[in-house]
Design a protein around this ligand. Structure first.
Ligand SMILES: CCCC(=O)/C(O)=C/OP(=O)(O)O
Ligand SMILES: [Mg+2]
Length: 399
């Protein structure tokens, strides 16, 4: 049957989960059932929500007993787009207070209506020429209020350090000193001069109605990737961009704003659903999320599940997981252990804060990555690599 299956985490002091589940299944679909005449029941049956499972977790929380409740919603009730699906399964219900949407599963006919990443892990590796290791990405930092010459200097240093991808910070918007078109042109020119296959993910910003035109203009100017603050705009806007044949470059989903609806333990959406599964369905080639041991740490299980949903074998190309925030070379072993080879090590401060500058920071990360993929400890590698030694001295190792 064509349907979307929602898994909620409910809380109830008296454990009335059956009543609550049936109330949701009916309330978000046909409204009432038992008091309908038989004929009407038959007419409405194909639109009725269905309680699939109720599983108490055995945990007692501040909000009462906890249960996972699974409810199926027939596709005949909504159009095949994420706004309609989210409103159907968690529209008014999200305002009910203590409830969390943990996961959504889509029947194949419905899942096929979504693009998934255009490049995926394989495509990004082809674009960057980086194989057999996690990729290294760095972030422009401190660009606001600075001019293009500052940006150029930072870019050259990051490239010298051996990064595969450089990205704008998510807070860099259209501005007089480093306008979108100018920094895009400069970035691509400097990368071309370097002879490296690095990507530059420029922040695609502005009003929703301008985004496509701006992105297409960027392609004319040589754009190789876009950063996109998807949760400030909406998943459907991301999907519009990734489905546009005139925007044939990878798009990177930034998690900015998502904490507002994923962080509360008993409310909102699970992080893995939003930053793993749904951004992938909408077409993101990369998904950034807080790492479990960085400066804005995400609970470890949620971070691992996010990466798992980004990469799991299904009809979509895999989305590169990018555990981020507060990352420094000393964390490379635990990142590699937790997220594996198909992940991206992403750092701003961990690159620019290196005593030998961004070039030294990039080199330290590459030396750390080379060490972990060849089974050496960072301490062993640091004996041959000054940049790594200095980084470990500065930031230490491990969680
Ligand atoms: C989770 C996003 C991280 C981010 O946007 C960012 O700029 C991180 O910078 P650092 O923490 O590596 O300096
Ligand atoms: Mg940032």
């Amino acid at each position: 049957m064509s349907e979307v299956i929602a898994k909620y985490r409910l809380f109830d002091r008296n454990g009335n989960f059956e009543k609550k589940a049936e109330g949701i299944a009916l309330g978000l679909t046909i409204g009432s059932w038992t008091d309908l005449p038989h004929l009407e029941q038959e007419q409405l049956r194909k639109h009725k929500g269905r309680v699939v499972a109720i599983q108490e977790t055995g945990r007692e929380t501040a909000e009462g007993r906890e249960a996972d409740v699974t409810i199926a919603y027939p596709s005949s009730n909504f159009s095949a787009d994420l706004p309609a699906i989210l409103v159907t399964v968690f529209g008014k219900l999200s305002l009910d207070g203590v409830i969390r949407l943990m996961n959504l599963d889509f029947s194949n006919d419905l899942a096929k209506r979504f693009p998934g990443p255009r490049f995926g892990v394989k495509g990004i590796r082809e674009l960057t020429g980086a194989y057999g290791r996690p990729l290294l990405m760095s972030i422009f930092k401190g660009v606001i209020g600075r001019d293009l010459s500052y940006l150029e200097k930072q870019l050259r240093a990051q490239l010298e350090g051996g990064i595969d991808i450089v990205k704008d910070d998510e807070i860099l918007f259209e501005n007089r000193l480093t306008p979108f078109e100018e920094r895009l042109k400069l970035g691509q020119q400097v990368i071309a001069e370097s002879g490296k296959k690095a990507l530059y993910a420029v922040n695609l910003t502005g009003r929703t109605s301008e985004l496509k035109e701006k992105a297409r203009r960027g392609i004319e100017l040589g754009a190789t990737a876009y950063l996109f603050n998807v949760f400030a705009y909406g998943l459907d806007v991301l999907q519009e961009l990734t489905e546009d044949r005139d925007i044939p470059v990878p798009i990177m989903a930034h998690p900015a704003v998502s904490g507002a609806f994923t962080s509360a333990p008993h409310h909102g959406f699970s992080t893995e659903l939003m930053l793993g599964k749904l951004v992938r369905m909408a077409g993101a080639d990369f998904t950034l999320f807080p790492s479990p041991y960085g400066s804005v740490a995400l609970e470890r299980n949620a971070a691992l599940k996010t990466a798992e949903m980004a990469l799991e074998e299904n009809m979509y190309k895999p989305t590169f997981p990018v555990p981020s925030a507060g990352i420094h070379p000393g964390l490379v072993p635990v990142l590699y252990e937790d997220f594996g080879i198909d992940s991206i090590i992403n750092a701003g401060g961990g690159v620019h804060g290196h005593p030998n500058g961004a070039a030294g920071g990039g080199r330290a990360f590459r030396q750390a990555i080379d060490a972990v993929i060849t089974g050496r400890t960072l301490e062993e590698a640091a004996k041959q690599h000054e940049d790594l030694r200095v980084a470990l001295e500065m930031w230490g190792t491990g969680k």
